[in-house]
Design a protein around this ligand. Structure first.
Ligand SMILES: Nc1ncnc2c1ncn2[C@@H]1O[C@H](COP(=O)(O)OP(=O)(O)OP(=O)(O)O)[C@@H](O)[C@H]1O
Ligand SMILES: [Mg+2]
Length: 457
């Protein structure tokens, strides 16, 4: 007699519990535990040992001759770059991102361009009707491209259809949360359905040699929804991010079995879909023809790509004695508090009674510690109302002692700054790599930077 037990699975983290509870003890999410039928365990299967009765497999050496798989170009250079140089045949790529960020648009653009280049492309949508996709294709100018389109959600139907003809070069599945495998019970989107559907689709990719790109929904804190194992099952995980209110979108690899994860792709959402942005700094630098106080350009590093971002600070003196406000957009508020404390304690600047606002222009989120010096320069400039020169960049990490530490890859950052017309760099004393075309001023401590900016001896 087989015993069909039920189990309770958290739909957020995949943890299995023996009974239902309101909160998952593993991930602390509320109302995510659902009852699911577990695999049947027969008394016969439980008794069998795995160490006997199998087939002997051949164990091989590491150095046997293999050919590296030839990558396919998607026709979108920024997507190829995020993938580590193109799409690997027989690989599975998962792409996640906020609703409406442009996942379907990006994939339809890639599908259209690859189909135009003569590759077999299947685009399966479970979220939209075929007509909705056609409308989007028309808007993107891709309605004539020979993409094979279907609106379907049954994994069995999809794989039967794909296996019937010659395998396509790429299959796009939009999205895994709408797919349904009839080998299991449960509604689409549950952990077991997502896992089973993904497993079948990935197995098809590995056996047929076609690449698959799977769209995954994200939870409210930005993780790909469904089981975390989904990210382990695929070869590459990409996140498509950006502020909805801003034009730019960044495609970032967080895992790649066929390449590095330090490359990003930058796009701008326009009327004709996503446009590639070869020079991302143009998105984040505002037009400035005369110097203003409180605005400093920081040569940030996104992956291995230098991007110039403008840091803006505003300092307002309040006389009411109320607790002054500190507001930050695009940077860590804890880090701002730290820089303010160092400016106050080590450099003798009085900021504790002033309201401080800090903004990273263009909506980019900066987490690079080398931004410290640029933030400090912006704060000093805003406080003293001495404009910061428009042709100057600043970078370096600030320690609690007030010491200025070197930034990583400073040569790369400054080379890009020089290319974009910046002529001076404020850098840590220990740093190097200032290009010939640039002047530089170097600082051992934050106090020296304050002296330099305010002309204090
Ligand atoms: N007619 C239009 N003109 C300009 N931009 C449009 C138009 N229609 C849609 N967009 C842009 O495309 C975005 C939607 O893109 P898309 O459907 O690819 O997102 P998605 O990431 O697939 O979303 P979902 O998670 O809902 O599937 C919109 O947020 C909007 O910015
Ligand atoms: Mg979509």
């Amino acid at each position: 007699m087989s015993k069909a037990a039920t189990r309770y699975v958290c739909q957020s983290c995949g943890a299995v519990h023996s009974k239902w509870a309101g909160q998952c003890v593993d991930c602390q999410e509320w109302n995510t535990i659902q009852q699911e039928a577990s695999a049947t365990v027969t008394p016969f299967a439980a008794k069998q040992s795995l160490a006997a009765g199998g087939r002997v497999i051949e164990l091989a050496k590491l150095d046997s001759d293999i050919e590296l798989p030839k990558r396919l170009t998607t026709g979108i250079a920024e997507l190829d770059r995020a993938l580590g140089g193109g799409l690997v045949p027989a690989s599975a790529v998962l792409i996640g991102g906020d609703p409406g960020i442009g996942k379907s648009t990006l994939l339809l653009q890639a599908a259209g361009r690859m189909a135009n280049a003569g590759l077999g492309i299947a685009y399966i949508t479970g979220e939209e009707s075929a007509d909705q996709v056609r409308l989007r294709a028309k808007r993107l100018g891709l309605d004539k491209s020979p993409v094979a389109l279907a609106s379907a959600t049954s994994v069995r139907d999809i794989l039967t259809t794909l296996a019937a003809g010659a395998p396509p070069a790429l299959v796009v599945i939009d999205s895994i949360q709408t797919m349904h495998s009839d080998t299991l019970e449960g509604a689409p989107g549950t952990v077991s359905q997502v896992r089973a559907s993904a497993q079948e689709i990935i197995r098809f990719a590995k056996t047929s040699g076609c690449a698959v790109i799977i769209v995954g929904h994200v939870t409210k804190d930005g993780q790909i929804a469904g089981p975390r194992v989904l990210e382990h099952m695929v070869d590459t995980v990409l996140y498509f991010e950006g502020e909805r209110s801003h034009q730019y979108r960044i495609l970032r690899a967080v895992k790649n079995r066929f390449g590095g994860t330090d490359e990003i792709g930058v796009f701008a959402m326009g009327q004709e879909g996503l446009e590639e942005v070869a020079n991302p700094s143009s998105l984040f630098l505002t037009e400035r023809d005369r110097p203003v106080s409180g605005s400093v350009v920081f040569p940030a590093l996104e992956g291995t790509r230098p991007v110039m971002v403008e840091i803006q600070a505003l300092v307002v003196r309040v006389t009411t004695g109320a607790t002054p406000r500190r507001a930050v957009v695009g940077w860590d508020s804890g880090r701002l508090a730290m820089i303010l404390a160092v400016l106050e304690a080590r450099c003798g600047l009085s900021l504790s009674t002033a309201e401080v606002y800090l903004n990273v222009a263009g909506g980019l989120k900066v987490s690079d510690p080398a931004a410290d010096l640029a933030v400090a320069a912006a704060l000093v400039s805003a406080l003293t109302e001495i404009p910061f020169p428009t042709d100057t960049v600043a970078m370096g990490e600030i320690a609690l002692s007030g010491e200025v530490r070197a930034a990583s890859h400073s040569g790369l950052r400054l080379k890009e700054a020089a290319k974009l017309g910046f002529r001076e760099a404020l850098v840590p004393a220990s740093g190097n790599g200032v290009p010939k075309a640039m002047r530089s001023a170097s600082f051992r401590s934050l106090g020296q930077l304050v002296d330099h900016l305010t002309g204090r001896a």
